[in-house]
Design a protein around this ligand. Structure first.
Ligand code: AHG
Ligand code: MN
Ligand code: MN
Length: 337
């Protein structure tokens, strides 16, 4: 049988971004997405060789989260910052790895966008060769006359103009939305290009997995425990699901997007607001999953409606198929005083 070797339509991420940019775009936004794709290639290169270079292990510092920084965290953080600080496309940035906002040096012109990012998500998995990721949010600058301010960063998810993630897994994928559907690109390392492989991604109607860290079961409230039992089949109307938990948000959500299901990081007695950070984990993922037909909540409201009050604020997090997330809200409502 003759192999069909005629290439299918090959579309690079650069071409896709250019051909789908908003009509009024002046190039800044398009080039900012290019910059993120370039950073992704550089981080992927280091990630794929982590075992070979002296890039594994601890950087010897502790970050603002009080977490032991891994060298790859630092590399990813510095790569994203130095790719974007001088281009005149952003007015301010913020990173999980820095307590304060990252102001654009006066010597550089400011741009019209805000970049907020988790440079390396799933750091605890770096040394055990399990998939990790990068997550990014892009907002518009609120006041074009002023240099970037904290207010430009503390915007609700509804104001996002783009959001996405890079998954450094068996292959490296970049998945993003600008509000016109969710599109996935796979890195071809031989040519160093992200090629369109998943156009208009949508979450399957029939969910397959639930994803939660059962190690915290005894710290959850009774309502959360009842919800997780429901996910496991305790009620007549329970879904039939299998369980997967990778411990890298990007990987757990990518699987949820592709196979359907729900990822939950509930509040618990030790973390009353949960662990997931609103600005550079929950909100970008909520924007993306809603574009793919799903839903994300903090257990009471749509993540996208939460007005941030601080850079690193955490939220309880439920994301995936709408009916599974809405059920979490129903269980938690029962618990309301
Ligand atoms: P980060 O490595 O950026 O700090 O994020 C880690 C997060 C997230 O990726 C994942 O879902 C969660 O931590 C896992 O937390 P537990 O190990 O407590 O389950
Ligand atoms: Mn993270
Ligand atoms: Mn991180």
């Amino acid at each position: 049988m003759e192999l069909d070797i005629r290439p299918k339509t090959i579309v690079t991420i650069e071409r896709f971004i250019l051909e789908n940019q908003p009509k009024e775009a002046r190039g800044e936004f398009t080039y900012l997405l290019y910059d993120i794709a370039l950073a992704a290639k550089m981080i992927a290169h280091k990630t794929n060789r982590a075992g070979l270079l002296d890039i594994l292990g601890r950087a010897g510092q502790v970050n603002v989260q009080g977490e032991e920084q891994q060298k790859l965290d630092v590399y990813a953080d510095e790569t994203l910052f130095h790719l974007c600080d001088h281009t005149g496309r952003v007015c301010i940035m913020a990173s999980e790895e820095h307590e304060e906002p990252l102001y654009i040096p006066e010597r550089y012109s400011k741009g019209g966008y805000v970049l907020v990012y988790d440079p390396l998500d799933g750091s605890s998995n770096i040394d055990v060769n399990v998939s990790i990721g990068t997550i990014f949010s892009i907002f518009r600058c609120l006041d074009w006359e002023k240099r970037g301010r904290l207010e430009d960063i503390l915007q609700p998810g509804r104001k996002l103009v783009a959001a996405g993630y890079i998954l450094y897994g068996a292959s490296t994928m970049m998945v993003y939305t600008t509000g016109a559907g969710v599109h996935g690109f796979t890195l071809d390392p031989e040519i160093g290009e992200f090629l369109l492989t998943h156009e208009f991604m949508t979450i399957p109607d029939k969910p397959k997995y639930y994803s939660v860290n059962h190690g915290y079961f005894n710290r959850w409230s009774p309502a959360v425990q009842r919800y997780v039992h429901w996910l496991q089949g305790s009620e007549e109307d329970s879904p039939v699901l299998s369980e997967r938990y990778i411990g890298s948000l990007v990987a757990d959500i990518h699987r949820t997007l592709l196979r359907g299901g729900v990822f939950a990081y509930p509040a618990d007695s030790k973390m009353p607001n949960g662990k997931i950070r609103l600005l550079y984990e929950a909100a970008p993922m909520a924007f993306l999953i809603e574009q793919a037909g799903g839903y994300a909540s903090d257990g009471c409201q749509n993540i996208l409606d939460i007005e941030p009050t601080s850079l690193h604020q955490r939220v309880p997090f439920y994301i995936g198929n709408r009916e599974l997330v809405a059920r979490a809200e129903a269980y938690l409502r029962e618990e309301q005083p």
